[in-house]
Design a protein around this ligand. Sequence first.
Ligand code: ATP
Ligand code: MG
Length: 321
Amino acid sequence: MIRLSAITPSGPVQLGNYLGAIRRWAAEGTEEDVYFISDLHAMTTSHNPSRLRSLTREQLAVLIAAGVDPRSVAVQSDLVRELGALTWVLECTCTYGEAARMIQFKEKSAGRSSVRLSLLTYPVLMAADILLQGAHEVPVGDDQRQHVELARVLARRFNGTYGEVFVMPRSVVAPTAARVRDLADPSRKMAKSAKDAAGTVFVLDPPDLVRRKIRRAVTDDLGVVRYAPEEQPGVANLLEILAACTGKDPEGLAGSVQDYAELKEAAADAVIEELRPVREVTQGLLDDPAELDRARAHGAERSRERCTHRLDAALRMSGLG
Ligand code: ATP
Ligand code: MG
């Protein structure tokens, strides 16, 4: 059973990525699974080439440092030729209406004067990611479910028109591990690409910066430490972060802390300890480019081996070659 997940190098890896996704990939992932660093997807909006390259390397290093099986990690663009070829065939299987209907496209393009064509077509590239690897399951949040549905529509249509090539993927609800909120605005989730990084803890932030950011976290003026996500989202977020780092439950933790200052110090201590080994190993990998390159080449080779026959079949059966 192949499970496929991805992380986009749209910004430095943040605490939510780690607690909500990467840590679980390390604990539960198998060698069969695929973890893509989707640098091609990061190009659908304005990007800077050297920053994209360094964020991609950083993500690769963080995933490996966090203990994700290096054999299952691959940089998407290392398969750009294969993916580009299949994307074309799938674009010739997809209608304009199907792509234009994607809610994420509507949201991300709304009100913009200049929208890259790739923002419209990227769900087809995502379908190529999934179908080329023969993924059975794609764990996603609500925002990506529609894209996996499109991959299913395209797989079914291709198989029905030209012959059975693709495994039918299905979206599965990504287990609700920690959902980390922005420290400066707890009504939003923490995100790599947030415009203002004040409320975002990055995995590679030095400990004193992590502590400063957590000390400045927005709370409320009720002055009681309770786990009440609706009324006290800032406090609840700190309790959830503390819970995710200590393996305890947020309600229980609420009773063990006196005030907001103590909660913030406890959360800062826990986050710093949780991130320390990941940060140190990541730094070591970034300082040893040869080892990181080897891991990257190996991951690319593995995912290429897995997909070549399927790509060849798709090209041949649709009338190419
Ligand atoms: P972007 O701002 O570019 O959307 P992001 O931080 O939301 O960046 P993604 O690349 O969209 O990151 O997601 C990578 C993984 O991290 C996904 O599995 C996603 O569910 C998880 N994730 C992202 N943000 C959080 C968060 N705040 N809490 C828990 N999990 C998160
Ligand atoms: Mg996101």
